[in-house]
Design a protein around this ligand. Structure first.
Ligand code: IPE
Ligand code: IPE
Ligand code: MG
Length: 261
């Protein structure tokens, strides 16, 4: 496993970025990359700043990563922004995160649109504050016809809740006679998930040093390649995304079958 410190000099970064760009195989770019953006709080603590400052700095990392993903030809970037468990944080932090989200969506909408980004959100959006829902709806509507890249923000997202909701909706459909239990396949269940039209992630990155899923995309990451880095999310640079893709390209994906290489 490759890990990086996040404290590289800018010159080194630019050089590493150029080398990696040249070395990547453009035909084997992961189609869908999902990121658990972790480490904002620790990034801030190290610097004697408030956790909210860490989240604010994390926003810049999102901007860089989205740009790098678009430049590489990644089709879908899913970012874990708020989990169903994150409501357990102090109310001031939760409020600050919601405010930051509304502010950012308002501020960035036009630029996302100009850059051809199709913006989506997946999670229990009905349970989000009204101001967040309104801001999300606006950006989704504005950008729905764009094709350069899909940015899928996982918000109030929890893998177990997603599967529970799918089970509930399937049970309702069965009770109403629309589906027979014996006809429920993986494909059918998949249609009841939050973003049924998106392919499964090929590569899952987690920053911040922890090596766990924290309830993220439990169904969809069945065969994703996992990449963990110690870099705190606000320190995540384009080069770190390129390093993750290089690691992905060096792997042999077998999906349980035999090596066909
Ligand atoms: C990730 O950073 C952002 C969210 C969960 C919203 P954290 O806030 O979890 O940062 P650490 O893990 O405490 O450093
Ligand atoms: C995962 O990070 C959730 C997001 C990045 C939104 P957490 O910081 O909430 O995860 P744990 O608590 O370390 O598992
Ligand atoms: Mg965390």
């Amino acid at each position: 496993m490759r890990t990086t410190t996040g404290y590289d000099a800018p010159g080194d970064l630019a050089q590493r970025e150029a080398l990696l760009r040249a070395a990547l195989d453009p035909l084997r770019i992961p189609r869908h990359v999902a990121i658990i953006m972790d480490g904002n709080g620790r990034w801030a603590e190290i610097r004697g700043l408030s956790r909210v400052e860490g989240h604010r700095a994390g926003r810049e990392a999102i901007r860089r990563t989205l740009e790098a993903a678009r430049e590489c030809g990644i089709e879908i970037l899913t970012l874990y922004a708020f989990s169903t468990e994150n409501w357990r944080r102090p109310p001031q932090e939760v409020q600050a995160l919601m405010d930051l989200l509304v502010e950012t969506l308002g501020r960035e909408a036009e630029e996302l649109h100009r850059n051809g980004v199709r913006f989506r959100a997946s999670g229990l959006l009905d349970e989000m504050p009204g101001a967040v829902r309104a801001a999300l709806d606006q950006v989704v509507a504005l950008t729905c016809r764009n094709t350069a890249i899909t940015l899928n923000l996982a918000l109030n997202y929890g893998g177990r809740r997603e599967l529970t909701e799918a089970a509930r909706r399937l049970a309702r459909a069965a009770a109403a006679g629309h589906v027979r239990p014996e006809d429920i396949t993986e494909e059918v269940l998949g249609r009841f998930l939050f973003a049924p039209d998106l392919p499964d992630p090929d590569l899952l990155i987690r920053t911040g040093g922890e090596q766990r899923l924290s309830n993220f995309l439990l169904w969809q990451v069945a065969y994703a390649e996992l990449y963990f880095t110690d870099v705190h999310w606000p320190d995540f640079q384009k080069v770190h995304l390129l390093e993750a893709i290089a690691s992905f390209q060096a792997r042999d994906r077998r999906f349980g079958g035999l090596d066909c290489g």
